[in-house]
Design a protein around this ligand. Structure first.
Ligand SMILES: [Zn+2]
Length: 352
């Protein structure tokens, strides 16, 4: 468990907002090099590791990007206004420490502030503070000083929060969506390292998932795999405020296999793919849960409708409070998710 915890910490603590995944890509490339025959980075920034076999070709897609924000304006006093990049909830970003990625490739800490409640009247205090009314204080004293610090319109902003262990096998951190998926993909390749595998594996770290599944779309088009597995996180129905009828899966009860997400507007996994994943899990004695999602979707949505269609499903780690700085998942689920993907790749030739 310590091995996978360390690997997750490495990937969760690195910063890579949508479109700015370079540092995550560099780390992933390093991990994939000893596990595959060749690693390339394509025009979009997708990291593609190929392990050659006889076939079929199985693409595993894990998005590398995390949600963040971008400096859109610097006011006369040096405060930064921002545009959210990806699906933030207004409530979770206020009061956070952030990292501003400066012009010279360095980083500068900042904090997200707002009009203080002390000066608000009773009515105003009841209202939700919107991201557009927040600002980042990075210590800059004016526009020119912000420029001296390397901060400018267009500087990416990410959340500053390092991974740490909670009780039992739970961990919390930022960007577990989707460094958990990246780790599952690496873990699967590690498990397969010394094994004979019939399938050709296309391990892809995709870019810009959080803003429209973009890297998955272009990489699937370029690679045209026979089948694909996207690997991501999914919202469990196990904590206060959600119910099992909203999400049938729970954190700590094993990885999930997606039957549908976004109520079918995302991916509808073809039955042969579900059969393949379930039977692979069962034969390897890996516990799994079936996910029927109502809300978000994943890279599988884009992959499944690439070219004339690519059979695709999703293996997820149930993760609480996603798109917040305090996402929570179980390390055992993560490890078993990697094992499930490995087992599926090993048996792919029997199904496709
Ligand atoms: Zn995700």
């Amino acid at each position: 468990m310590n091995d996978i915890a360390a690997l997750l910490k490495t990937f969760a603590d690195v910063h890579g907002m949508s479109g700015y995944e370079d540092d995550v890509a560099a780390l992933l490339r390093q991990e994939l090099e000893p596990l595959t025959d060749e690693v390339t980075i394509d025009t979009m920034g997708n990291v593609i590791g190929i392990r050659k076999g006889q076939g079929p070709t199985v693409m595993v897609a894990a998005h590398m990007d995390e949600i963040g924000a971008m400096v859109s304006h610097i006011d006369d006093d040096g405060y930064l206004k921002m545009v959210p990049v990806g699906g933030w909830s207004d409530q979770t970003i206020l009061g956070q420490r952030v990292i501003i990625h400066t012009r010279d490739g360095k980083t500068l800490p900042g904090v997200v502030g707002s009009r203080p409640p002390h000066v608000m009247d009773a009515d105003e205090r009841k209202k939700l503070i919107k991201i557009k009314d927040m600002f980042v204080d990075c210590g800059a004293t004016g526009v020119a000083n912000a420029a001296e610090l390397g901060v400018e319109v267009g500087s990416p902003i990410t959340i500053d929060r390092d991974l740490c262990r909670l009780g039992n096998d739970f961990v919390t951190g930022k960007a577990l969506d989707n460094r958990a998926g990246v780790v599952m993909m690496i873990w699967a390749l590690r498990l397969l390292k010394r094994k004979k595998v019939r399938a050709t594996i296309q391990a892809v770290g995709t870019v810009q998932e959080e803003v429209g599944l973009k890297g998955a779309r272009t990489s699937a088009y370029g690679l045209t795999p026979d089948i694909a597995i996207a690997t991501d996180v999914t919202i469990p129905g196990d904590n206060p405020g959600v119910s099992r009828s909203e999400s049938p899966v729970a954190a700590g009860k094993g990885p999930s296999i997606t039957i549908i997400d976004a109520a079918g507007r995302g991916v509808i996994s073809p039955r042969p793919v579900i059969k393949w994943l379930r039977e692979s899990a069962e034969k390897a004695s890996i516990p799994y849960q079936l996910q029927v999602g109502n809300g978000g979707s994943t890279d599988a949505t884009a992959i499944s409708i690439t070219k004339s269609g690519i059979p695709c499903s999703v293996v997820c780690v149930p993760t609480r409070y996603i798109h917040s700085p305090v996402e929570v998942l179980s390390l055992r689920d993560l490890e078993q998710g990697g094992a499930l993907i490995a087992a599926a790749i090993e048996s792919a030739h029997k199904y496709f």
